[in-house]
Design a binder for this molecule. Structure first.
Ligand code: AMP
Length: 501
């Protein structure tokens, strides 16, 4: 094959891709009708360049991030090709296999297949682990044209001979870099060994590590290569801000922000599953419809929560990083980082859940003093400072003297805060939810005779201390109300009083 990443967007179509319409791409009428139903008229660059290539039947290597419209970019021409050559497949013997890293992405890709294929006579199926396998057995006893699967569960079926991959004409590896990050390489190789050699293969990846290049070299035959102009990165598209606030006041501040801004659809990230549950419970207690999704929730509960969130019956979805991967909601307006991730790249993935396909979005991070190292690392990564913004009108509830303050669960530190303590290769699990140190000055619960309360309301209070100077973060100065002269460390002193002006 040709060098996978050397030719970039070099198709003739690419030159005038910007002026193309869906009707110019050579797609069958039922597909154009389905696209029209979605309201999209202009293909995104990955669609304008990729669809003609896939329609011709060649292999494809695409450098495309999520949010570029890549799903429709492969789904539409695949549906076209499958209907061009109408074959009734044997039961349980799909003609197209789409491999994806996560359950959520699998569900969403299959939903796209159904959306764009609704006027066609093709059957799709989604397959992933963590759910009862019996309905999958039942579905595989019938016709399946397009199978969207995560590698692990697919191999279960291969092992039990309930699926037959010998009829696959088109293979898609979606988010291939994520699949490798998640340790799926051996599973992928096993799946590949079951596929016919003669087939069309499409590989989508946001990044091109040596591992991906090796995989592509072994898989693809003289592929067309597309690297769409990187869409504006989330860090450019999404309006970002930080509220400096002690951990113990975050829940109240979040409820305040939701009410103050009347946020109707907000995705909130926590670092632990337990933290997600507790936060959702607290919001519900406060009268804000909320639910948590994470790896300990049943797939049915996750699917239900996501559906309710999408149709606005659930105002807040609280998610851990892994559960949130692949969540794709058109125009999700608001993301909140209840805690900063300790891997700076995760911050970019999180805020990329909003500001999609060019729409505006906002991401707010609630940052406790212990997280300042993470914040600095994030700002270094995105090469800009994030505005520290004070919250109007937030007065944290007074805690009665002598009352125990509920201890917040904090995930364990991995090395120096944000100092490269990366948790790469998390495999298929979640980060540990082992409780860490109590935060701020909150006394340990159960430590007996707890001293009253931590610091008085600090930074989120308009009368609270000023945020850290951007200079202290080593990042460029953002242009909002954020530049102040006190060092970050002073903002969160555990000693009562020091955190106030
Ligand atoms: P993806 O990169 O496939 O995750 O798609 C990102 C988002 O873009 C999804 O919410 C799609 O519904 C949306 N989208 C896909 N194609 C288009 C298009 N041609 N115009 C506008 N939005 C689109």
């Amino acid at each position: 094959m040709s060098s996978p990443v050397s030719s970039q967007g070099a198709t003739p179509a690419a030159a005038d891709a910007a002026s193309l319409k869906f009707t110019d791409l050579g797609l069958a009428a039922p597909l154009l009708k389905a696209v029209a139903d979605t309201g999209y008229t202009t293909p995104t660059p990955i669609q304008a360049q990729g669809i003609p290539l896939v329609l011709k039947g060649g292999d494809l290597l695409a450098a495309a991030q999520t949010g570029t419209g890549k799903t429709a970019g492969f789904t539409l021409p695949i549906l076209h090709r499958l209907t061009e050559k109408p074959v009734t497949p044997k039961n349980g013997r799909p003609r197209c296999l789409i491999l994806v890293p996560t359950r959520e992405l699998a569900a969403q890709v299959e939903e796209s297949v159904r959306t764009y294929g609704k006027y066609l006579n093709l059957k799709s199926m989604v397959m992933f682990g963590g759910v009862n396998i019996n309905p999958q057995f039942a579905a595989l006893r019938g016709r399946v044209d397009i199978l969207v699967a995560t590698p692990g569960r697919l191999l279960d079926h291969v092992g039990q001979q309930t699926v037959d991959l010998s009829g696959v004409e088109i293979l898609v590896l979606d988010e291939a870099d994520r699949m490798l990050d998640m340790g799926f390489i051996h599973d992928i190789k096993k799946v590949l060994s079951r596929l016919p050699r003669q087939r069309q293969t499409l590989l989508y990846s946001a990044t091109f590590s040596d591992e991906i290049k090796t995989l592509a070299n072994g898989l693809l035959n003289n592929p067309g290569c597309i690297e769409v102009a990187r869409r504006n990165t989330p860090t450019e598209l999404v309006q970002q801000s930080v509220h400096l606030v002690p951990q113990i006041h975050k829940k109240d501040l979040l409820a305040h922000l939701i009410r103050q801004h009347n946020w109707q659809q907000v995705l909130v990230f926590t670092r632990t599953k337990h933290g997600a549950n507790k936060l959702a419970e607290k919001l519900v207690k406060d009268g804000i419809p909320a639910a948590a999704i994470h790896g300990n929730k049943s797939q049915a509960a996750r699917t239900r929560a996501l559906a309710q969130f999408k149709d606005y019956s659930l105002q807040v979805l609280v998610a851990t990083d892994i559960a949130a991967r692949g969540i794709d909601i058109d125009q999700l307006p608001q993301v909140v980082n209840f805690e900063l991730p300790n891997v700076p790249e995760d911050y970019v993935h999180r805020i990329g859940r909003t500001g999609r396909a060019g729409s505006a979005g906002a991401a707010v991070s609630l940052v406790d003093s212990e997280e300042m190292g993470y914040l600095r690392d994030i700002e270094r990564l995105i090469k800009r400072g994030i505005a520290r913004v004070e919250v109007e009108g937030f007065v944290p509830p007074e805690r009665p003297a002598g009352a125990l303050i509920e201890r917040e669960e904090r995930p364990p530190r991995q090395g120096r805060p944000g100092g490269g303590g990366q948790n790469r290769g998390q495999g298929r699990g979640q980060q540990s939810g082992r409780p860490g140190k109590p935060t701020g000055s909150a006394p340990r619960s159960g430590s007996g005779g707890a001293k009253p309360t931590g610091p008085k309301p600090a930074v989120a209070n308009p009368r609270g201390p000023r945020p850290a100077p951007a200079a202290a973060t080593g990042a460029p100065t953002p242009n909002r109300r954020e530049s102040h002269n006190r060092p970050a460390a002073a903002l969160f002193s555990a000693k009562p009083g020091k955190g106030e002006r």
